[in-house]
Design a protein around this ligand. Sequence first.
Ligand code: 9D3
Length: 273
Amino acid sequence: MRIDVLTLFPEVFPGVLNASILGRALAAGVAQVHVHNIRDWATDKHAVVDDYAYGGGPGMVMKPEPLAAAIEAVRAMARPAGRAVLLTPQGRLLKQAIVDEMANEERLLLVCGHYEGVDERIREHFVDDEVSIGDYVLSGGELPALVVIDAVVRRLPGALGSAESLLEESHSDGLLEYPQYTRPAVFREWAVPDILLSGHHGEIARWRRRQRIIRTAQRRPDLLANACLTEEERRLAEATLEAVRRETSEAEGPAESTDAQADERRAAKGTQP
Ligand code: 9D3
């Protein structure tokens, strides 16, 4: 797969692209990533890429001409032209299903917005898709583009070692991970659960599975709707949800407690509101 990135800050990319699993996959030729500076397509003497917003208001808007020229030039560098994806807070919320969709493309063109955003005509006429990585404010689309690249490349054949691939497969069932421990068996008086030292592989597997279900019910109950569970596991999930509900109402009492206190209790329990 060939991935092109259009950005005003190309210097952001090499560190992340060359590190860890992503670095190894790219070095192995699993995908090619080309990062381009949008400013290279500015035509005036000072290479201006932004301007004031029509209608007024704070912040600058990315000018359409350099972006359009950059998108057309980069698309023409290889075939097929591929999908142009704009990273923007107004895009579709990134999910594994969108990542998997992108991983099936032969090419991807990631366009990073910066400043207050890009001229609307770029969205309308040069972009096929718009993606956000979550509801928090970042300074631009560069980190989101790196998130997309990392998530997409690890889905490509050959990106993961065989052990990593197996692990990935066994955990693609919509549940959170089980708790992990390594040596020492006792760290500052905190012991690893006995079961993990028992050598009973069947019991360990059952314990881990239960932990995953309990944790998912406690922290991400929204994931349970699409999780692959047996009838017995479903009952464990329901019982955990009920226990969380009981604890919460018990601690909150009748209208006494503040939101801050509720937040504190949830943080202590490792659950999300
Ligand atoms: C007036 C409000 N603006 C700034 C507070 C809106 C705004 C414009 C540009 C907010 C963020 C940005 C830059 N962010 C991105 O380009 C971006 C982004 C993000 O901020 N969060 C999550 N995903 C993404 S994808 C691109």
